[in-house]
Design a protein. Structure first.
Length: 483
């Protein structure tokens, strides 16, 4: 045998003796595979297994106690030995109902399932037509006396044993031993309602009769007969009725027309009802009432017809001359202004009564009774400006012409016509073509100067004469100027 391996084995055995002092009670384990072998994931073995599988994980302190240096092969040997111990421990565990093979016999939950094949206590039996507790019986111990599910039916009066207690209609029969309501007692000499008393509650016996009704005021008595133990109607009676205003005691209380009042008037709108008192069989005048009145625009129903301020539209304004009438309306208890009217305006001279006073153009016509300015006086022998004078203050007017050598004269209005033009310079003819007629003046006052003379040299080419007039000078066609 290799002495090195033997030495390591001895050291592992020593370490296991120390580790045994710290191993906890057996715990449930789950198996898994690593690259080399099947190992157990136990709370005490995880550090050791991880240290073997992963060099970066520190080994368990129990495996490295006392500072002993254990190599990786020693650790593998230690883990294998611990795994074997755990497997031996697991084989001795009892099976529990948890869907696991606790005793490692290849079977799950054997011997611990209930009669229904489930974990735990079997279900309680309930009344539903099913074998709930899996004992081979259905609804055992939960059916009622009638062999059905649910409460026992109540006993009812129908000739049947409804509650299955061996008795029929017990506790539900009436005093006469029948189902239903007791018969009513009738006055026939028999105990109809089975209360031990014959004709209990009867008022009379046949053939008794008696007087009935009142003999006061307007009332008259009658007579009653006994019918089946009860008093019949009062035959021939005149009974009381509502008091009326007729000077009679209608309600037979010994008082005539007592405190009879009649409501009168209206309670609609602004009206208030009053009362009329009955005196000696007649209602008197209505007292305390407020009667209807004409509607005014105030938001009230003055005429008590159920409408407020109805039909209060009124014509307003004037319809004289150019004016046109409008309407006022009552809105929310207030009269509006006159709507759509055409009001009067200051009078103007247009043939219309603008101020609606029945007169046309009064105070705005001129002295001649016409519109516009007074006509100016003209020379016609008439009073044009309607001032009572004819052709007054007509100024002289110019006459004639002031063109050329002419000068205005003056003419005056005389006897309704313009007189002779005086003081002016009249026109004269230009005269024939002669040396004296070419003078540069407008002698005939027609706006032209020396118009009978040619005024350019062109005349020398067409005219048989040898001169033309220019600037008031007679010029020879040969170029010399004539004086």
């Amino acid at each position: 045998m290799d002495l090195g391996y033997t030495h390591r084995l001895i050291r592992v055995a020593v370490l296991l003796s120390f580790a045994a002092c710290t191993v906890s009670a057996p715990q449930q384990v789950a198996y898994h595979q690593d690259a080399a072998r099947q190992v157990v994931n136990d709370a005490n073995l995880v550090p050791a297994i991880d240290a073997r599988a992963r060099p970066d994980v520190s080994p368990s302190p129990e495996l490295d106690m006392l500072g002993t240096d254990i190599g990786i092969e020693d650790k593998d040997m230690l883990v294998d030995m611990q795994v074997s111990d755990v497997e031996i421990m697991d084989s001795s565990m009892n099976e529990t109902c948890n869907e696991l093979d606790d005793d490692n016999d290849g079977r799950v939950d054997e011997g611990v399932l209930n009669a229904c094949g489930d974990c735990g206590q079997p279900p309680e039996e309930v009344c539903d037509g099913i074998d709930n507790d899996c004992d081979g019986s259905i609804d055992e111990g939960v059916l009622n006396d009638c062999g059905a599910c649910g409460p026992v039916p109540d006993e009812v009066c129908d000739g049947e044993d409804n509650d299955c207690d061996g008795q029929t209609d017990e506790g539900v029969l009436n005093a006469c031993g029948d189902c239903g309501l007791l018969p009513e007692e009738v006055c026939d000499g028999v105990d109809n309602d089975c209360d031990g008393v014959v004709d209990s509650g009867c008022d009379c016996r046949v053939p008794d009769t008696r007087v009935c009704g009142l003999a006061i005021g307007s009332c008259r008595q009658g007579r009653q007969s006994c019918v089946l133990g009860r008093w019949g109607p009062c035959v021939g009676e005149v009974g009381p009725h509502d008091e009326q205003c007729n000077n009679a005691d209608d309600d037979c209380d010994g008082i005539v027309d007592e405190q009879l009042v009649q409501v009168c008037g209206s309670s609609t709108g602004s009206c208030i009802e009053g009362q009329a008192l009955c005196v000696a069989g007649e209602f008197q005048d209505c007292q305390g009432a407020i009667d209807p009145s004409n509607d005014t625009c105030n938001g009230l129903d003055d005429d008590c017809d159920g409408q407020v301020d109805e039909n209060l539209e009124r014509v307003c304004g004037s319809d004289v001359g150019a004016c046109q009438q409008g309407l006022t309306r009552c809105e929310n208890g207030v009269l509006t202004e006159c709507l759509n009217e055409i009001q009067s305006e200051p009078e103007v001279c247009d043939g219309v009564d603008n101020d609606c006073d029945g007169q046309t153009d009064e105070g705005v016509q001129n002295a001649c009774g016409q519109c516009g300015a007074v006509p100016a006086e003209i020379c016609n022998g008439q009073d044009d400006d309607c001032d009572g004078q004819v052709d007054e203050r007509i100024m002289p007017r110019p006459c004639g012409s002031n063109i050329g050598l002419c000068e205005f004269g003056e003419e005056r209005c005389e006897n309704g016509a313009w007189g002779q033009c005086l003081g002016g310079v009249p026109s004269v003819p230009e005269g024939p073509r002669s040396v004296g007629s070419c003078d540069g003046e407008d002698n005939d006052c027609d706006g032209r100067v020396d118009e009978d003379w040619p005024d350019s040299m062109a005349a020398c080419l067409n005219d048989v004469r040898r001169f033309y007039c220019s600037g008031g000078a007679l010029i020879d066609c040969r170029g010399s100027r004539e004086q």
